[in-house]
Design a protein around this ligand. Structure first.
Ligand code: SAH
Length: 395
């Protein structure tokens, strides 16, 4: 028998607005004893049907909604959802111009807890919720059936799984084991991706459009690419005609892939430097040495993992942005990002404004706002999916 979750009075508003999460505090009682990830029916306090979702007894997000309609949750249901996600990417032209892209962006593609990325011939998946884990076998079957590939690899080694009471998991789910590094093409740029050990599923696909934007401004410019990872922005800068690119990252394996990507694209390795170091320290050293750049990219890791860390994150953003403003030549450009979903766009802008002021860049202005690429959409009822914010500033 399917279990039924009854809400407390007046706690049905967000589900009626099609938000996909039901928090534990909104639940009055549960009829039945659902297993981890099993499908439950959700009813309002008055007994109105609100949808079906996956039961997650250990998480504050107690139910993640699969649907707000009366329909059976089975393999056929997920087949339709996957079809819709694929068609949406096709319609945007993403699948034509890139060999790597996000096919399923979790909640925003109505797949709470499921992420699926393509890297050339391989698919990389993440199952981040109990519901995703519950349907894993069927989902992997569907991926293999509907998306031509040599293999599917699991990168469910993400901390959020612990909140769901799930262990971390990696490994081959279908077909062949992916090679140590995979070649991808993004908007005419080639990269090496390590889907086994790399960050997230291997590459920061969300920055695709912003790399293309950077490329437009690089002719004969000097570029400082901070937090460069595997060279996402630096290949774009070099293709755009940059005369010198300095990459800084704390990961040697990422820097190695970046250096190899320079060769892969047939670009001039003499124009590129790779420095294994701490951005906070190196920016200070460049300031003390009087170094200046035409363009600086700041794409740091997530500084705030939870609300308690926002203040500390704000100090981190202020610090690096202030230093970057000081290192820019007149009319120089700063591409500055925050990928912390908890850092609101308005606060981030304020921090960057404060940094400019303190750096004595009184005329600094925003010439463009940037965000995550279109294969990382934000479902309107789920603003939480919006996380990557960028400001392109000119001094
Ligand atoms: N811009 C990259 C993605 C950056 S991800 C792209 O387009 O693909 C963040 C990177 O910051 C990671 O590669 C991580 O190794 C690096 N990192 C984190 N803290 C750092 C620090 N203090 N100094 C230098 N690099 C750091």
């Amino acid at each position: 028998m399917q279990a039924t979750v009854y809400l407390k009075p007046k706690r049905d508003k967000s589900l009626r607005a099609r938000h996909p999460w039901l928090f534990s505090g909104g639940i009055a009682r549960v009829d039945g004893s659902p297993a981890l990830g099993e499908t439950v029916a959700v009813l309002s306090s008055k007994g109105d049907f609100l949808g079906y979702g996956a039961w997650s007894p250990e998480s504050q997000i107690r139910v993640r909604m699969w649907t707000h309609r009366k329909e059976t949750i089975d393999k056929a249901f997920f087949r339709q959802r996957l079809q819709a996600a694929i068609q949406a990417r096709d319609a945007l032209g993403i699948t034509k111009n890139n060999t790597a892209y996000r096919i399923i962006a979790a909640e925003s593609d109505h797949f709470p807890g499921v992420v699926l990325d393509r890297y050339g011939d391989y698919l990389v998946a993440q199952f981040l919720s109990t519901g995703a884990e519950f349907w894993k076998t069927e989902l992997v079957e569907l991926f293999a059936e509907m998306l031509p590939c040599k293999g599917i690899y699991d990168r469910s080694d993400v901390e959020v799984r612990k909140k769901e009471g799930l262990p971390l998991a990696t490994g081959v789910l279908h077909g062949e084991h992916p090679p140590e590094k995979l070649e991808i093409i993004e908007a005419g740029r080639k990269y090496w991706v390590d889907v086994i050990n790399g960050h997230k599923t291997g590459f920061y696909l969300d920055q695709r459009d912003n790399r293309s934007l950077l490329k437009q401004y690089c002719q004969d410019k000097t570029v400082l690419n901070c937090f460069s990872y595997t060279g996402g922005f630096s290949i774009a800068a070099l293709q755009g005609g940059a005369k010198q690119v300095i990459n800084i990252d704390a990961s040697q394996s990422a820097l190695d892939l970046s250096a190899e990507a320079v060769r892969l694209n047939g670009l001039d390795a003499n124009k590129v430097e790779h420095i294994n170091g701490d951005v906070f320290q190196l920016l200070r050293r460049y300031r003390d040495e009087g170094k200046r750049f035409d363009i600086i990219v700041l794409d740091p890791p997530k500084f705030a993992e939870n609300r308690k860390q926002i203040k500390k994150a704000a100090r981190g953003y202020k610090d690096i942005n202030l230093l970057a403003f000081k290192l820019l030549k007149p009319n120089g450009l700063l591409f500055t990002f925050s990928c912390s979903g908890l850092m609101e766009a308005s606060l981030f802008q304020k921090i960057v404004a404060d940094a400019a002021l303190d750096a004595n860049c009184r005329d600094a202005k925003i010439i463009k706002k940037m965000d995550q690429a279109s294969d990382h959409p934000t479902a309107l009822p789920f603003p939480e999916a919006y996380y990557l914010k960028g400001l392109l500033c000119q001094i």
